[in-house]
Design a protein around this ligand. Structure first.
Ligand code: 2KA
Ligand code: SF4
Ligand code: MG
Length: 250
């Protein structure tokens, strides 16, 4: 499997889940490399913004920013080795993230099966952009999908970021929660359109303020609070950003 690289090894870290319905719970994160989207503000651009690719990123405005050398930020790993690394942490909740983890479902199934052979109590969450359908086997193996559909502010074309059949599949699956990031009223209007169009019950919708610093989260929070009160959505902070800022491996 192709994972993101952090220092000399794969990007695997033990921290608190910072987002979604399990926010605050300890979890081991495993970060896949590669994404089928390339959002302008992506905070894990090292999973896809490789040298030679044409995609723009918000950080292009920083003269010091460079696209990543693929070999510096990716690592090919054997799922059996990842099983051993994850099992070494005193934690039975694992978050499969990326990039887009659903691009590598077969490999994740090996990881999931390997860990459950060690302890059947393992729980797996998947962070996904909601454009790739899980296979029946993968859907059955995973405990929770944190589906994070992308809005127009991602810079992605609508037909790439919204795949109706995939969203409908997640709406029909009680394991799936829908998590949106909002910068303000335009995003709120788009979230309302999206959740209305796909008939997503408000209890399964979480909205987070956008921000890579506590100050940015604070700035966007009041609008998010207001829309949650109005539409019955769940407010969700970004705990890891508050605790550790915009850093990798936390
Ligand atoms: N602590 C923490 N929580 C997270 N929840 C989702 C994350 C992600 O990058 O997918 C993430 C992350 O990178 N760190
Ligand atoms: S879908 Fe997620 S990982 Fe992929 S580019 Fe967008 S924000 Fe980044
Ligand atoms: Mg993150």
């Amino acid at each position: 499997m192709l994972l993101a690289r952090l220092n000399d090894g794969p990007e695997i870290f033990f921290t608190l889940q910072g987002e979604g319905v399990s926010a605050g719970l300890p979890a081991v994160f495993v970060r896949a490399s590669r994404c089928n989207l390339h959002c302008r503000w992506c905070d894990t651009d090292h999973t896809w913004n490789f040298e030679g690719t044409p995609w723009p990123h918000e950080k292009d405005a920083d003269p010091a920013y460079r696209k990543h050398k693929k070999e510096d930020v990716t690592i090919e790993a054997n799922p059996a080795d990842i099983v051993a690394q994850v099992a070494a942490f005193p934690c039975r909740r694992v978050v499969l993230t990326g990039g887009e983890p659903l691009l590598q479902q077969e490999a994740w199934l090996e990881l999931i099966e390997g860990l459950r052979a060690i302890d059947p109590a393992y729980i797996f969450e998947v962070e996904t952009n909601g454009t790739k359908a899980p296979t029946p086997e993968f859907r059955a193996a995973v405990n929770q999908f944190n589906v994070s559909p992308k809005l127009a502010n991602s810079g992605m074309e609508a037909r790439l970021r919204t795949v109706p059949a995939v969203i409908e599949g997640f709406v029909a699956d009680p394991k799936a929660w829908f998590k949106f990031v909002s910068c303000g009223p335009e995003d709120v209007a788009e979230i309302l359109d999206f959740t209305t169009k796909f008939a997503i019950p408000p209890q399964r919708v979480l909205v987070m303020p956008e921000g890579r610093t506590a100050a940015e989260l604070d700035r966007h929070a009041p609008d998010v609070v207001a829309c949650c009160l109005l539409y019955g959505w769940r407010f969700c902070d970004r705990l890891h950003v508050r605790l550790w800022g915009d850093r990798r491996g936390v």
